[in-house]
Write a new protein. Sequence first.
Length: 156
Amino acid sequence: MKKYIMKLYNIIKYYNVKKKIKACGENLIINGKVNIVGDDISIGNNCRINDGVSITCKYTNEVIIGDNVTLSNNVRIVTSGYVVEDFLRGQRKHLRHTTTIIGNNVWIGEGAIILPNVKITGNNIIIGAGSVLTKDIKDSNCMYAGCPAKLVKHYT
């Protein structure tokens, strides 16, 4: 009986997450509780989203996740924030019209944070656990880690 209850729970959880996503490929696996805010999110085929992942996509911003992407536990993808220059003048204008892209075959380690408007356009990328990605990654076949994330290894 417990097995069937867990299966039903997973189906409901999957449905609740999937209805918040604009486009979703095949074989999406969701492990645990996932927080998705916003609806302009596209996810490719064969992706895995693990417990504690948070994707915040507000204020006309967009998130595009490619094929074969793994988001490890507690990964944060943030698309909103304040425009720094306006914030320093006492205004609270949110970033708008940003696009965060995660390419194909990307593994984002536990607790990593992807900041607004970052584009991982390369393929076969590993982002180390606890890293903060502040800039675009155009390379392929490499690993980035640290705060802020920097290239630590290139695979041949």
